[in-house]
Write a new protein. Sequence first.
Length: 353
Amino acid sequence: MGRLAITQAADFSFRLPAEWEPHAATWLAWPHRRATWLGEFALIPRMVAKFARLVATYEPVRIIATGAALAESRASLEDVTSHETIEWIDIPTNDSWLRDTGPVFLLPKDKPLEPQLRHAVAVAWGWNAWGGKYPPWDLDAKVSRRMAESLGMQVFQPGIVLEGGAIETDGEGTLLVNHRCVADEARNPGLSRGAIEKVICQRLGIERLLWVGGELAGDDTDGHIDQLARFVSPGRVVAARQPDPLDTNHKPLQENLALLRTLVDARGRRLDVIPIDIPPRFCFEGVQLPASHMNFYIANGVVFVPVFQTATDESALQRLEDCFPGRKIEPVDCRELVRGRGGLHCITRDQPL
C-alpha cells in the first residue's frame, strides 16, 4: 500500500469524523486471551457474541480473528439471521481491545479533486500495549495496517504511539486528549507534549487539541478519554462525575469537570459540560474496576450504553437519551466486560461511511 507524505495541517485533505456520523460498519476483535481478564473467561466470548448480534441489527459487523478464535467466533454466531450482517476477516490478534489497536479512519474534507483522495483512509498509530503493560503485543501492532489493507485503503503511519480510546472528536476539528496516556515516557519517550500535539493535529486534520486530565481507579490505560468525557454533539460534552467525596474517583473527576468547563473548541464555543454520575466503588474479588457509563458506543440510529446494575444506570440512560434525540438508547450489561478493565467503546472500532 502507498503512503502519503503529510506536512502541515492546512495541506491535509482529510478529517476525523465524529462517531455519530453514518457508519459503514463496526469492527470487533474476538476475545481469546484469558490472561488479561479477571474471573471466568468463558463468559466473555458469549457476551461479545451477544453484543455483535445486537450491533448487527443496526449496521454491518466485521469480526477479526484467526485459527481457533476465528472458528469459535463463527460457531458462536452461525445462526445469524437475514436481518443481521456479520463478516469475518482473518487477522491475527493478541487481544480484543480494538478501539486501541485498530486504525483511525479519516474522511475527505469537502470533495478533493485528486481521485486517490476521494475515499476514506486509515491512520495506523504505533502500539505498545498501553506503555508495555501486557506483552506480547506484536500481532496487535500490525492490526491497524492489516484492517486498512483488507479494505484497500491508503495507510498513514505517523510513527508515534496513540490509542484510539485516548482521543475524542466532535467531527468539526476539535479533539479531547488526556495528557496522562499520550505525553508519556512509556509510550512516546523523549517527545514533549507540544511535539506530540503537532503530529496528532497534522495526521488527523485537527484544528484545536484540548488537553484534559482525570483518571479512574482500576483503569490500566492511564486515563483514556472514552472513560471520562465524550462529545455528544459539537460544543457539548458529557463527563464522568463521582459525587461521593470519600470515593477515590471523586477528586480527579471533579478537577476534570472544572477544567472541561474552561475549554473552547475549534469553532470558538465554550464547552457545554453535562455531568453523568458513574457507579461508586465497583469491584471484582476486591479489585476496583473502571466502571463508567461514558464508555458508550454510537452506531447507526442507536447508542449502546454500559450499565452495571447500580443506582446510576437509570440516570445515565436518561441523560444520554436527552443528548441523542432520535437515537435509540440500548443498555448493555457490562458487569462481565469490565473485568477486562474496559467497556463497549473499548472493544469497537467504527468505520465511517
